[in-house]
Design a protein around this ligand. Structure first.
Ligand code: ZN
Length: 120
């Protein structure tokens, strides 16, 4: 097998699972090229892009969904959650009863604290 330049891993390597000509997101925009079909490796992204994605995911979260307090929101935005508690926008009981309501719709959210830690 010959080595090919792989966009997924940003280096030349041999792929046992084959190659796919694909559109790939880079720092400077989208490029077309070959990426190995091996999905067990973590996808190559620069730290910058990774961070942007994570920030974006957290920003997508809204505090409530269908009247239910979002646990993801609390855990991704502890400062805002504490402010909401302080201003009686939400209660400790609300925090206790909060649920993961965004899990499927907002992937890649960064959890910063445990919701329980907010009400200790
Ligand atoms: Zn690869």
């Amino acid at each position: 097998m010959t080595k090919m330049y792989c966009l997924r891993h940003n280096k030349k390597h041999i792929s046992e699972s084959g190659w796919k000509y694909t559109k790939w997101e880079t720092e400077t925009g989208f490029v077309w090229g070959w990426a190995c079909a091996n999905v067990t490796y973590p996808e190559f992204t620069t730290n910058q892009i990774k961070e942007e994605r994570l920030t974006y995911a957290n920003d997508m979260l809204q505090s409530h969904r269908g009247g239910e307090l979002s646990r993801e929101f609390l855990e991704a935005h502890p400062k805002r959650a504490k402010q909401m508690l302080k201003n009686n926008v939400i209660t400790k009981e609300d925090v206790k009863n909060s649920k993961y309501v965004w899990t499927k719709d907002v992937p890649g959210v960064t959890k910063k604290v445990d919701a329980e830690a907010l009400i200790k």
